[in-house]
Design a protein. Structure first.
Length: 132
């Protein structure tokens, strides 16, 4: 049932952000959550290359990502590891690059990736719960 909700939002059937951007932040959060399985799953293989998926998102400033992609990955990372220190300046920077709707969706998707990955780890269901 969760996949019926999740899949359209992630792959572009719903929302305003492109699937590539969602996949990039999902992959970065998978690394931060320590979910090897989620890191190997490809939700959008047609828009994120294997090289980008394998390690590019973990070296975002060394890769050829756009300014919006870099900002989204960095913001999602900060949500995952240091959310109490997201400043007004961080939010203002994101709102310069993203519409209000895009920023809200990006924040919600990042939160979903963070939370779902941690629930899977907590329940030791990472393999069983990622049927994609």
């Amino acid at each position: 049932a969760y996949q019926a909700f999740y899949h359209p939002w992630h792959t572009g059937g719903a929302g305003v952000l492109p699937p590539r951007l969602k996949e990039l932040i999902r992959l970065r959060i998978a690394t931060l959550n320590g979910c090897v399985l989620c890191k190997t799953v490809r939700m959008a293989p047609e828009v994120v290359s294997e090289e980008e998926a394998a390690s590019g998102v973990d070296r975002v400033d060394e890769s050829g990502f756009s300014a919006r992609e870099r900002a989204a990955i960095h913001f999602a990372e900060k949500m995952a590891v240091d959310h109490h220190n997201i400043s007004d300046d961080d939010v203002a920077n994101m709102r310069r690059l993203f519409t209000d709707a895009e920023f809200l969706e990006l924040s919600m998707m990042a939160g979903q990736y963070i939370g779902f990955g941690r629930v899977l780890a907590l329940l030791q269901l990472e393999v069983a719960a990622c049927p994609i």
